[in-house]
Design a protein around this ligand. Structure first.
Ligand code: KG4
Ligand code: ZN
Length: 333
């Protein structure tokens, strides 16, 4: 029997809908929200309103693009959390109503688990594997034992890696989200031009809030001497901060791989769209004899295809949600 799932992702500032038939993604649409750019970060209230405007056309388009009839949908999946509560509410409410109208089951998905399971869209990592999930809200190293069984073995104590990118970019005067812009300008800069102190955190945990402060103090001191310091050194600043963030991430991944004796290593989440991180992760894999996995670019940042694929495995397990399910702003794996 084949299984067709409609999935909704609305945890932050992207409204996304996807359709998968078994493990094949038939459509994956993402409507971004430009409205946040001018505010230097996601404004939760504006995000919820934009989701409400986007959700019907995005779902409609996804179903059309998938070339299916609504009646073929076997279950409706949604992101339950973690995320912004107002944004989640829009997706959860829509999914409940749609499932009720079609008289099919609902499936709730953990957004962080979905980032990991995005690997199974085009690939097949062998269990157990390690996954470094780096996004705007989270930074975790997971021991993935099975599709739905994962253990957090390291995580950030404060800011996420994506926040380190975005907050540094903001200090450089770049719009939100600054991560992709740092990636772009870093290609033209010297990563060894400036050095920022790496935090010394025990075990497999991370910390990024000190880095942001050291960038701030460094820029304050330099712009006092030269008001044009940032604009004249933008490429080198981007390359140097990017290198520091990547060094912090990869040292812990290497440590985790050695400590667990695992050589199947995956990278996931929005920051895994970073070109230098992808390159250095693969180089580190070659050095250590790992089999490395990185999702396709469109499955790194937030998307409903990863929700659909996760829901597929839950469907096979008969793991359905009730109509009284509520979204969870904090939702641990
Ligand atoms: O997974 P995601 O789309 O949303 C969350 O669940 O948070 O991750 C978004 C984060 C943002 O911080 C964004 O700046 C970062 O991923 N990001 C990047 C790149 N593309 C997205 N950071 C660095 N380089 C990139 N190319
Ligand atoms: Zn995400």
């Amino acid at each position: 029997m084949s299984v067709t799932i409609l999935a909704i992702e609305s945890s932050c500032d992207d409204t996304s809908a996807a359709v998968c038939k078994d493990v094949k993604i038939l459509a994956n649409l993402v409507a971004g929200q430009k409205v946040h750019e001018q505010w230097g970060g996601v404004v939760p209230e504006l995000a919820s309103r934009a989701h409400q405007l986007n959700i019907v056309p995005v779902v409609d388009q996804a179903i059309k693009q998938a070339g299916i009839a609504k009646e073929e949908i076997n279950a409706v999946a949604f992101t339950r959390g973690p995320g912004l509560i107002g944004s989640l509410l829009v997706g959860v409410s829509f999914a409940k109503a749609f499932a009720l109208a079609l008289n099919v089951p609902l499936i709730e998905v953990n957004h962080m688990q979905a980032h990991v399971l995005a690997h199974f869209i085009d690939n097949n990592p062998q269990f157990p594997f390690l996954c470094l999930t780096v996004s705007g809200g989270h930074t975790q190293i997971l021991l993935v034992k099975n599709f739905l069984e994962m253990e957090v073995i390291g995580e950030t104590l404060d800011d996420a890696a994506g926040e380190a990118f975005d907050k540094s970019a903001k200090l450089f005067g770049l719009p939100y989200p600054g991560g992709p812009l740092i990636d772009k300008y870093a290609k033209l800069g010297n990563p060894d031009q400036f050095t920022f102190a790496e935090p010394q955190i025990a075990g497999l945990d991370f910390s990024f809030s000190g880095l942001k402060t050291s960038v701030l103090y460094f820029l304050q001191a330099q712009t006092k001497k030269n008001p044009d310091f940032i604009s004249t050194n933008l490429n080198d600043l981007c390359a140097s901060i990017q290198k520091t963030i990547i060094d912090i991430l990869l040292k812990k991944v290497e440590k985790a791989a050695k400590a667990n004796g695992i050589k199947e290593i995956a990278l996931a989440g929005g920051v895994s769209a970073n070109s230098e991180l992808r390159k250095r992760f693969e180089e580190l894999g070659i050095k250590n004899g790992w089999k490395t996995y990185i999702p396709k670019f469109e499955y790194c940042t937030d998307n409903a295809a990863m929700i659909a694929i996760s829901a597929h495995y839950k469907y096979l397990n008969g793991d359905f949600a009730s109509q009284s399910t509520e979204p969870l702003a904090r939702y641990h794996i």
